[in-house]
Structures are given as structure tokens and as C-alpha cells.
Design a protein around this ligand. Sequence first.
Ligand code: HEC
Ligand code: HEC
Length: 435
Amino acid sequence: MRLRQLPCPRPDPAALILALLAALAAGKAAGEPPAAPVIGRAEFVDRRDPPARRVLGAAPRQTFDLGLLVFNTPWVAAGTPNAGRRDGLGPLFVSASCDACHNNGARGRAPARADGLSNSFVMQLEGAAPIYGAVLNPAAVPDHNAEGQIEVSWTALQGQYADGTRWTLRQPQYALRKLIYGPPPPDAVLRPRIAPPLFGAGLLESVPRKALRDIRRHQAASMRGELPAGSFGWQAEARDIEDQTTRAFAREIGVTSRLRLADDCSPTQVACRNAPNGGTPEVSDEFLDAVVTFQRELAVPARSTLPPGEEAAGSRLFADTGCAACHVSRLPAGTASGPGMIDPYTDLLLHDLGPLLADRTQSGRSVASRWRTAPLWGLAHALKNEAVALLHDGRAASLEEAILWHGGQAEAARRAFLAMPAEQRQLLLQWMGSL
Ligand code: HEC
Ligand code: HEC
């Protein structure tokens, strides 16, 4: 085949120099590779069938699909006839499947129950391990007793914006009721938590720690975060996705896996420890690996698009208000298919957001608490169909409430938000709702 000769334009030296100057002005030296593209987002056509973040080959695709099945599977009590490989629930548990709390990978639901709590809610306990273990189990299989129940009551907290508009927040107070072994020690810490979204977990897992150290070094001293020991959970305590998954299996569902060969039964809970099991371990390696792969490959829902003017103005407000110092828009991710940039809006560092958000002891004393900056990607998806429950215990029912709860290292950002006129607040909220 004969190639058609294309007319080749002669390079114009003046144009070349102008282009070079423009590149230098943009902070790029000539010859520098173009910025890596933003990866990880995909259109969620059907919420019940969340997509992978990249095209998968046949074998990994099968593992991904199996992982979603395991994620959705409700576990049943050991010895249930025809249970297949999904028996071993409890004997004490919070919910029977991953999906019950993280619906198809999404964040926990807003409270809809008569007791004012969400189905996706977990009360972790610190300092109560000899009696109740790491979480309070409000459910049990037949012939076993639930450990107790959680009660929440709300008090109103009011204030106003600089322009005079009033706002109200609801502050939760938690108490443990119907405790079958009596109250834990007064200084035991109640750690209320709601299920976070799992979208993009594999990409967050792949961010090099060096990048986080660099961010930290450039943060103003008043806002400087701490590099956590782990990566996952509201306080970044779990090492990686597999670690968090096996914790959830053991504590929230009561099934054992190769990394955690015991349920959340404390030394004094003899009946719990001696209950028949559904195999050793109860979750097969094949199921565990599949559910981990599913989470590693899970995409982040695509952003919704705003008119270019609003996009630019919204992201400028977000930066000018100081939000972007912690909710960092771009992080490098190292994935099997090479490095890429992600847009999670987090620094993955721990920050103190003040006593109002801190955990409290049984006796009501607030204990210094540091939280991983919550990634804001996927908010458009979260806000689309349902009422939301934001922050670590789901107390905020809107973006506006979530911002108003910020204090401590984010106090200056909160004040800047309070000082904004109404139209700017609306613009910022609208922009965040598109992430
Ligand atoms: C009863 C509700 C509940 C169940 C069931 C549950 N989770 Fe969670 N999940 C949570 C809560 C609450 C957290 C936050 C934990 C923390 O902050 O320490 C969480 C955190 C996570 C995280 C960390 C996400 C992040 O970005 O920090 C992952 C991953 C996860 N869960 C996976 C799973 C898997 C897989 C299962 C099933 C094996 C599961 N979860 C079952 C409530 C639940
Ligand atoms: C000092 C760091 C810091 C600054 C500054 C900051 N945030 Fe946050 N943000 C956090 C942390 C940490 C959390 C998680 C707190 C929790 O769950 O209790 C959070 C949570 C949130 C959430 C809830 C997300 C979720 O998934 O529940 C929203 C929304 C949010 N921030 C928006 C903002 C906005 C808007 C600003 C600017 C006005 C801002 N933040 C400034 C650290 C910061």
C-alpha cells in the first residue's frame, strides 16, 4: 500500500519559542513527560453491579465477580442444613454480610431504625476486651445471648453564619443498654463508627507512604497531620484491605479466616468460645482472596459534571477556605499497570478535629481522637439517591453539617466557611456534591 504524502508544515521558529515560553510559564521544563492521567473512576450504570476500575482479563474478572458474591452473601449459623460454604455466623455478631453495612461497596446508610441508629453502625469498645471483646455484638445465633444494645439520644447545638443565617446540629450521646455482663469499666471508650465507602480502596492502598510524608512536611504546623500506622478505618488502624476484611469477618460477622482464627469472643465468654464452628477457618482462602480482589479492583463512581465556570469557582473556594490542605485533590497511586494520579481529596493523614468529634468514655469524658481525612471522591454517587450519613459515626445528614462539625486542626477552615456569604456556601456545597 502506498502511503499518501501529507504536507509537512515548516516549523515556525517564533511559534516554537512562544510554545516553549508558555510551557515554562506553566512550570514545565521542555521534555518533561506530560502529567499522569487521573485513573480509577468509572460510570456506575447499576448501583447493584459496581464496576472494576480497569478492564480485567477473564480470570481476574471471575475472581472479582466471585468476590462481589461473597461480599453479598449472608452467613448462617454453623450446622445450618444446606449452608454450603457459608456457615459459621457468630455465635455473636453485628450483621450477617459485608453488604448489610457497605451496600454494594457504598457508605453506610442513614439511620432509619426506631432506635435512631443505622444498620451500618458498629460500636467498637476500647478497654472492655476482657468482657465484651472489640465490638458490642447486638445480635446472636439461636441459643446464644446478644451482648447488649446501643442507645443514642440527640441534643441540639445551634449557631449562625456571619450573614445571620442560623444552623442546628444534632449531637449524639451513646449509651450501652441491656448489657448481659454488666457495664464495662467507666473509663472504657465507646467508639461509634459507621461503615465507610469502599470505592477505590485498592488505589488508596497503593499510594506510596513517601507521598504522604511529603504532604505532611508541607502542611502548616497548625494543620499538620500524623502518618498513621495503617491505612484503613476512620482512624487508619488496619494495615491493608485484607487486614480490615479479616477483622470484619471476625468481629462484625463472627467468622474466622486464615489471618484471624478466633471470633470476637472474650476470655470470659465461654459459650461463645465453645460454640460449634463452620470449619477451620470458616471463610475459605478462595472466598477471602476473592472478596479482597473485589475491593482492590473496585472503581470510584464518576464525577458529575458542572458548568466550567462553577467547576473553577467551586474548586477555588475549596482551596481558599483551607479545605484542600487536608482534602488533597491529587495523590500518586502505584498500580500493577503503572503509576497514575488519583483524585481522592484526602491526605490519608490523621488529624485532631476537636473535642466535639472525639470519642468518649462510658462516663462521658472526651478522649483525644485523631481521624484520617475522609476521602471526598464518590460524594456525587452518595448524594444521588439516598439520605447520607457523614463523618465517622454518621451524625451529619448533609455536607453542610459535616463541615460545621470540623474543629481542632480544621477550626480555621470552619471559620472561613462560617464567614462566607450564602451564595458562596451554596457554590462550595454544590461543587463538593459533584465529586
Ligand atoms: C456491621 C457493619 C459492618 C459489616 C458487616 C462490615 N463492615 Fe466493613 N466497616 C464497618 C465499619 C463501622 C468500618 C469502620 C471501621 C473503623 O473505623 O475502625 C468499616 C470499615 C471497612 C473498611 C475500611 C474502608 C476505609 O476506607 O477505611 C473495609 C475495607 C471494610 N470495612 C470491608 C468490609 C468487608 C470486606 C466486610 C465483610 C467481610 C465488612 N467490611 C463488613 C462496618 C461493617
Ligand atoms: C485539618 C484537616 C481538615 C481540614 C482543613 C478539613 N477537613 Fe474535612 N475532614 C477531615 C477529617 C479528619 C475528616 C473525618 C472526620 C470524622 O469522620 O470524624 C473530615 C471529613 C469531612 C467530610 C465528611 C466526609 C465523609 O465521608 O463522611 C466532609 C464533607 C469534609 N470533611 C469537608 C471539608 C470541607 C468542605 C473543608 C473546608 C471547609 C474541610 N473538610 C476541611 C479533615 C479536614
